[in-house]
Design a binder for this molecule. Structure first.
Ligand code: SF4
Ligand code: SF4
Ligand code: SF4
Length: 209
């Protein structure tokens, strides 16, 4: 995790709320999309665990009041996530076409998208777990598909004592020890920090493991 990661969250509030009066702030979303497209082919979902303002907001703000239940497995299914991604793209495309290229209207479409998805994310974050939205977020799904094998988390089974401390701190509730290099790992590194045996690291996929 980068040192700035915990401080990215307020950007969500600024874009979602101030953007209603200053739609130009919506263009910040284009920076987010650009970063995702640049990073995902090399580092998978690294953006989600290190730079995404909403991810940061969920972890460091919503996390304080979340009930922190287990995220339902069904939400991790690509049968739900891929159709949701396609639906969102079609809907956004339709909304953007209807702006007829007017700068402020495009900005407002982006602001409303940020406000709507962030509101859903906060609701799920409080009632289930902070990263519930991130489990099926269309941008997260895109990164997991594009960067499926990139920068994977590896477990050194010779060092691992199966204490499962790593899984207790994983914000995505991943089964780290039994299923390595999960494409939904957001590369936050929290598991690495708590591992008492230094058994975890990021690296290349070891096909024989
Ligand atoms: S899944 Fe979506 S909201 Fe969550 S951190 Fe990634 S891009 Fe941000
Ligand atoms: S914290 Fe380290 S030693 Fe414990 S289960 Fe995870 S990888 Fe293994
Ligand atoms: S497996 Fe480790 S690096 Fe990946 S999301 Fe979970 S805690 Fe973060």
């Amino acid at each position: 995790m980068l040192k700035i990661t915990p401080y990215m969250g307020p950007l969500v509030i600024i874009v979602s709320i101030a953007g209603l009066w200053y739609p130009i702030l919506g263009y910040f979303m284009l920076l987010v999309f650009g970063a995702i497209f640049l990073i995902a082919p090399f580092r998978g979902r690294w953006f989600c665990g290190n730079l995404c303002p909403r991810g940061s907001f969920m972890d460091f703000w919503v996390g304080k009041i979340s009930t922190k239940k287990k995220i339902p497995r069904s939400l991790k299914s690509y049968w739900i996530r891929v159709p949701l991604f396609l639906l969102m793209m079609v809907f956004m495309g339709y909304r953007l076409i209807n702006t007829h290229g007017i700068i402020n209207q495009i900005g407002m479409v982006l602001v409303i998208m940020c406000l709507t998805t962030s509101s859903i994310a906060v609701l799920l974050g409080v009632t289930i777990a902070p990263r519930t939205w991130c489990t099926f977020c269309p941008m997260g799904t895109l990164q997991s598909i594009v960067g499926v094998n990139k920068y994977p988390l590896q477990v050194d089974m010779e060092k691992c004592i199966k204490c499962h401390k790593c899984e207790k701190v994983c914000p995505m509730y991943l089964n780290i020890v039994d299923i390595t290099h999960n494409p939904d790992c957001i590369k936050c590194g929290r598991c690495i920090d708590v591992c008492p045996k230094d058994a975890l690291s990021f690296g290349k996929v070891n096909r024989s493991s």
